[in-house]
Design a protein around this ligand. Structure first.
Ligand code: 5AD
Ligand code: SF4
Length: 480
């Protein structure tokens, strides 16, 4: 359902139901944007900055869809009439970045009286953050969280009417509002939310507190969205959830993630399916079988390890052991020998000893990950780990981090070349900025390849011969 906001009757009552209510407010704000653009003699502009994970990127596409629907024009610079930061709080660094940039926004706002600044996303779900912004960053216009991004037009309207800061943060929700616009960054690929929130409560992680309880969308709504995307020219989708392997367990009629994948596999026109993220504790044999039998599900799995020490994994509340993780990798590789496995690893969790750390290195050596995101443990207030004794000194963490990174890089440069001298299916994604006449694309394994090609190929899946492995990427030649 897409509604033409120019046709909405603004004389009647404000609709109570969603998404009708939001379309009503979009029409209201659109009137304001139109009037003000005419007065200014130029279009009103917006700029979004997205921090953090793929979930936030997808949320930003929805926010941008609303802003475009009301008549704002997107720009890359923060010298815009509406600047929106979609924040992350998974590590302390992410928060510091936002505070730093708010100072810059304040000086821009002094030059442009029309400018409005909005903050949303995970960081805004933390009470102390919102208090700090209310006190020390009075120039911010709108603050909202992760549960009510669909309300952007309504909040914007409130701000225009009230002419003071609007704050709307929800502790949680069981509502999933469908059928609002979204502005996809790529015309040919898209994220699709299949679930929201997380119930795992890994002891270091703030996500369950800021994204709320796990909620799955109905398979019918998801498949309808995917069909719509495919009809619109999308060839690759990424199914998104904090833990896709527990998808559907709490639905009235429970459905497994593997079953959802099989349904997505049937969608005509769609050529590739990815998903993110898998929790090792819930990865089923059924899923491995479904992946193996599918031509569309990509040969890549992101399987966060976090630590290789069973003792630390227990303290992290991950609910698997080192041995179980290694067995799972074996099972996946037996079924799909060509699969690429990537991971996340945290260094310096409270109480991590040198022996624990060596266990992590041991898993890295045994699994030989295609790539690994390595993180320094960041203490997040409100999580159980923040209260644990024996926080690790910075210099010890730094030393371990460097050793881990160099091992991970060495292995991935060896592993990533395994498809060299073969022809692979590649989704051409963008013009290569560094090499004239070249395009950049992705293999099923998610590795990138640069090859000579015409921009008209972007969005198409083409055959590319991989001439040379450069460690983390390939140089290739287009095959006719
Ligand atoms: N400190 C460091 N890394 C963290 N992650 C989550 N919480 C923290 C934390 N407090 C990492 C995990 C997760 C990834 C998205 O971020 O590795 O998989
Ligand atoms: Fe955080 Fe664990 Fe949930 Fe991932 S599974 S979002 S690490 S609590």
């Amino acid at each position: 359902m897409q509604i033409d906001i120019d046709q909405i009757d603004l004389t009647g009552e404000v609709p109570v139901r969603e998404p009708e209510r939001q379309y009503y407010f979009m029409a209201k704000v659109s009137g304001y944007v139109k009037r003000r653009s005419e007065e200014l003699g130029r279009p009103m502009t917006f700029c979004t900055q997205t921090f953090g994970c793929q979930m936030n990127s997808r949320d930003s596409e929805k926010l941008e869809g609303i802003l475009e629907a009301v008549g704002f024009v997107q720009t890359d610079t923060e010298e815009a009439d509406f600047v929106l930061y979609n924040t992350c709080t998974v590590r302390e660094n992410a928060n510091l970045k936002v505070y730093g940039r708010l100072g810059v926004l304040n000086s821009l706002k002094k030059k442009n009286p029309d400018m409005m600044i909005a903050l949303c996303g995970c960081m805004m779900q933390e009470e102390d953050v919102v208090e700090k912004i209310k006190k020390s960053y009075r120039f911010v216009d709108v603050i909202f969280g992760t549960h009510n991004i669909y309300k952007l037009a309504e909040l914007l309207y409130q701000r225009l009417e009230a002419k003071k800061m609007v704050v709307d943060i929800w502790k949680g929700t069981d509502q999933v509002v469908e059928d609002l616009p979204a502005d996809r960054k790529y015309s040919f690929k898209s994220g699709v939310n299949i679930m929201f929130g997380c119930d795992n409560f890994c002891s270091y992680c703030i996500v369950p507190y800021v994204r709320g309880r796990e909620r799955s969308r109905s398979p019918k709504d998801i498949i309808t969205e995917i069909k719509g995307l495919a009809d619109d020219g999308v060839v690759e989708i990424m199914l998104l959830g904090q833990n896709v392997n527990s998808y559907g367990k709490t639905l009235e009629e429970p459905v497994s993630f593997a079953n959802l994948l099989s349904q997505a596999d049937e969608v005509e026109g769609l050529e590739r399916i990815r998903f993110m993220t898998s929790h090792p504790k819930d990865l089923s044999d059924e899923l491995i079988e479904t992946m193996k039998n599918s031509k569309k599900v990509c040969r890549h799995i992101h399987l966060p390890l976090q630590s290789g020490s069973s003792r630390i994994l227990k303290l992290m509340n991950r609910r698997y052991t080192k041995e179980k993780y290694l067995d799972l990798v074996d099972k996946i590789r037996t079924a799909m020998p060509d699969i690429s496995i990537t991971t996340d690893i945290i260094v310096g969790f409270p109480g991590e000893t040198e022996e624990d750390f060596l266990e992590t290195l041991d898993v890295v050596r045994k699994v030989r990950f295609d790539s690994a995101f390595t993180f320094i443990y960041s203490k997040r207030t409100g999580t159980p780990a923040a209260k644990m004794e024996d926080q690790i000194p910075d210099e010890v963490i730094k030393d371990r981090f460097d050793r881990l990174l160099s091992l991970v890089q060495q292995i991935s440069s060896e592993v990533c070349g395994r498809e060299v001298h073969t022809v692979q299916k590649v989704l051409a994604e963008e013009v290569n900025d560094h090499k004239e006449g070249y395009l950049t694309g992705r293999l099923s394994s998610n590795t990138t390849v640069h090859f000579k090609g015409d921009p008209s190929l972007i969005g198409k899946i083409v055959d590319v011969y991989l001439d040379e492995s450069k460690g983390f990427y390939y140089m290739g030649t287009l095959r006719p």
